[in-house]
Design a protein around this ligand. Structure first.
Ligand code: TRP
Length: 331
C-alpha cells in the first residue's frame, strides 16, 4: 500500500470549506492508503505561539479531525513534536539546502513581509522541515493545496539531491495529490470567493445553531430575479451551491424552481439552508465537544500515533545515517 503523509496546521477551527475539502479527502484516503497525518506544531513556532496555547491548539484540531471521522485505527495520527526523528532528517537536509533557493520560496517571502521583525531561520527552512516530515515516512503521495506546490517541489529537490550526493536511489520523490482539484468548493457567505478563515466568511463546525442561523441570514443577496429561468448571479449561486452540499435534492429542486419562476423568497431559502447546515454539523459538533473534554483519550491517540510514527521514522533514519556515513548505534 502506498504511503500518504500530510501535515495539519494547528491554527483555528475547522470550517465547512475545510470539512467538504481536505477533511473529506483525508477520510477517503485513510481507507485506501497507509496514512500518516500529523499536527504541525513545530512549524507553528515560526510565529511564536504562547506556551499555554500549544497543547491547547493541538488538542482542538485533533478533537475536530477525530470528530469528523479520522480514525486512529486506520491512520497514524500524531503530533509532529512527539517524533524527534524528524529533526535529525531536517538537519541533514539543511546541510544541503542553499540560502538562495530558500529565500526565493514564495511562502518565505510572504511570511517575511507579514512579520518583518521576525524573519527567523525557522521560516527560511520551513521547506526543509516539510521535506523531512514527508520523506521520513517515504511518502508516495502528499495531499496539499495549491499554495504548497512550491514546498512540494523543494521536497522533491531535496530527495533528488540526497540521492545524487550519496550515489543512491534511496529517497523517492513524493507526488502532490491536489486537494483543490478534487474537493467541492465551498463559497463564503459574503457573496464572492471561497470560504476561508482569513476572509472572515466562515461557518465553523463548532458554531451552534443560533450562530449558524445568524451568519446565513446575513449572507449577501440581491433584489431577486425578474426574468424567468435566468442565470443566477454569484451571490445567489453561492447559496445554492451550499444547499446542494447540505440539503436534500428535493429541497434544492424546490428552491431552484422558485428561482426559475421568480417567486423565490431569500428569507425562506436562508432559513432552510441554516437548518440543513445545522443538521449536517450538529453530530460533529457534539463529538468535538466530547473529544475536547476527554483529554485522556486525546493523549492516548497521540501516544499511540507517536509510537507508530517513531517506529517507522527510526527505520528511515537508521538507513539515512548509514548512507551518510554515521554509525547507527542505538537504532
Ligand atoms: N505546509 C503545510 C500547510 O501550510 C503544512 C505541512 C507541514 C505539511 N508539513 C507538511 C503538509 C508535510 C503536507 C506534508 O498547510
Amino acid at each position: 500500500m502506498e504511503t500518504v503523509v500530510s501535515g495539519i496546521r494547528p491554527t483555528g477551527n475547522l470550517h465547512l470549506g475545510n470539512y467538504y475539502g481536505a477533511v473529506k479527502s483525508f477520510l477517503q484516503m485513510q481507507n485506501e492508503y497507509n496514512c500518516y497525518f500529523f499536527i504541525a506544531d513545530w512549524h507553528s513556532l515560526t510565529t511564536r505561539p504562547k506556551p499555554e496555547d500549544i497543547i491547547q491548539s493541538a488538542n482542538t484540531i485533533l478533537a475536530e479531525y477525530l470528530a469528523c471521522g479520522l480514525d486512529p485505527e486506520k491512520a497514524t495520527i500524531y503530533v509532529q513534536s512527539d517524533v524527534k526523528e524528524v529533526l535529525e532528517l531536517y538537519l541533514y537536509f539543511n546541510m544541503n539546502a542553499y540560502l538562495g533557493e530558500l529565500e526565493r520560496t514564495t511562502t518565505f517571502k510572504e511570511k517575511a513581509r507579514k512579520q518583518p521583525d521576525n524573519v527567523n531561520a525557522g521560516l527560511l527552512t520551513y521547506p526543509t522541515l516539510m521535506a523531512a516530515d514527508i520523506l521520513i515516512h517515504k511518502a508516495a503521495k502528499v495531499p496539499v493545496g495549491k499554495d504548497q506546490e512550491q514546498n512540494m517541489e523543494m521536497a522533491r529537490k531535496f530527495a533528488r539531491r540526497f540521492n545524487s550526493m550519496y550515489g543512491v536511489e534511496y529517497l523517492k520523490e513524493p507526488e502532490s495529490f491536489s486537494l483543490s482539484a478534487k474537493a467541492v468548493k465551498i463559497p463564503g457567505l459574503d457573496g464572492s470567493g471561497k470560504m476561508g478563515k482569513s476572509e472572515g466568511n466562515c461557518i465553523y463546525l463548532m458554531d451552534d445553531e443560533a450562530t449558524i442561523k445568524k451568519k446565513v441570514m446575513k449572507a449577501v443577496t440581491d433584489a431577486g430575479p425578474t426574468v424567468p429561468n435566468s442565470e443566477k448571479p454569484e451571490v445567489i449561486q453561492n447559496l445554492f451551491t451550499l444547499m446542494e452540499v447540505v440539503s436534500s435534492p428535493d429541497t434544492y429542486k424546490f428552491f431552484d424552481e422558485k428561482w426559475n419562476d421568480c417567486s423565490i423568497r431569500y428569507g425562506d431559502l436562508k432559513k432552510q439552508l441554516a437548518a440543513d447546515i445545522n443538521v449536517a454539523v450538529a453530530p460533529i459538533r457534539e463529538r468535538i465537544n466530547e473529544f475536547k473534554s476527554n483529554t485522556d483519550y486525546l493523549n492516548k491517540v497521540a501516544r499511540i500515533g507517536a509510537e507508530k510514527s517513531r517506529e517507522n521514522a527510526a527505520q528511515t533514519l537508521k538507513e539515512v545515517r548509514e548512507i551518510i556515513g554515521f554509525r547507527s548505534v542505538g537504532f
